[in-house]
Design a protein around this ligand. Structure first.
Ligand code: ATP
Ligand code: MG
Length: 261
């Protein structure tokens, strides 16, 4: 599988007055096309910080991040927006939709940032809403959409630049379980059927079975994979056997191809 994110030795220290907070402490991570990685861990363990650094929103204190083979940590500040716009789609917990714009206009706005305007923007926004199952909601205002629908508009918007990478920070936190599952299934389809790399931060144990891989963070570090030969009562020992059984990489690749054809 083709690697699209390569993070090596990433650290991030926030200066808080006199004190310093080490949010990330030597993180190595690879993410590939066609996979959905779940990033989990306790509050404050560094998940959002890592996501922001992989998304070129935040710079690491040290270490390197390559996006599609290009080391973005070496780029100048002014070059980063182009990487963000062209290669990365963000989905946040709070939807971040503009309340005075319709669903369609919210998506059009992202296209506008990418230089797509007028009738072409309208046509593409419609197609993106269709992709997330909201073809009928182009003219609906966010206030008249359910939480799950709003989150799907946010995903349509993240897809506006046709990004290779989708980074989602707790997109199901505000959703009931059915809408949450629909959103996760959609993200998973984007990975499997459309070859996107998806990194999903979640606390939500209901979505564990949808991931290809779980990366567990603790104190700014990635915790080594659990040794399943020892019967531990962690969530991993409950979930991982299912993952291995239900969704081998090969099976998932085949499943993705099936959807594509
Ligand atoms: N801008 C900032 N300034 C100072 N400290 C920060 C900043 N952002 C994050 N931190 C600190 O860095 C650590 C990691 O924060 P981060 O937001 O990455 O955690 P998280 O795993 O996403 O937590 P949560 O599950 O609560 O969202 C925390 O100790 C946090 O207080
Ligand atoms: Mg967070």
């Amino acid at each position: 599988m083709q690697r699209v994110i390569k993070a090596r030795g990433v650290t991030k220290t926030f200066e808080e007055g006199a004190a310093a907070v080490r949010a990330l402490d030597g993180v190595d991570l690879d993410v590939h096309r066609g996979e959905m990685v779940l990033l989990m861990g306790p509050s404050g363990s560094g998940k959002t910080t890592l996501l922001s650094i992989m998304g070129c929103i935040l710079r690491p204190t040290s270490g390197s991040v390559e996006i599609a083979g290009r080391e973005v940590t070496r780029l100048e500040e002014r070059e980063l927006p182009r990487v963000r716009l062209g290669q990365i789609g963000f989905v946040f917990q709070g939807f971040n939709l503009f309340p005075t714009l319709t669903a369609g206009e919210n998506v059009e706005l992202s296209l506008d940032l990418k230089g797509v305007r007028g009738g072409e923007a309208r046509r593409r926004a419609q197609a993106l809403l269709e992709q997330v199952g909201l073809a009928e909601k182009y003219d609906a205002y966010p206030a008249n959409l359910s939480g799950g629908q709003k989150q799907r508009v946010a995903i349509a918007r993240a897809l506006a630049g046709d990004p290779e990478i989708i980074l989602a920070d707790e997109p199901t936190a505000a959703l009931d379980s059915q809408s949450g599952r629909a959103v996760i299934a959609l993200l998973r389809e984007l990975a499997h059927a459309r070859g996107r790399a998806v990194v999903l931060v979640t606390h939500d144990s209901r979505v564990l079975e949808y991931g290809d891989r779980i990366v567990h963070m603790e104190d700014g570090k990635i915790r080594p994979p659990t040794d399943f030969s020892r019967a531990e009562s962690s969530v991993f020992s409950l979930v991982q056997p299912n993952l291995a059984q239900d969704c081998s990489m090969e099976e998932q690749a085949a499943w993705g191809k099936g959807l594509q054809s």
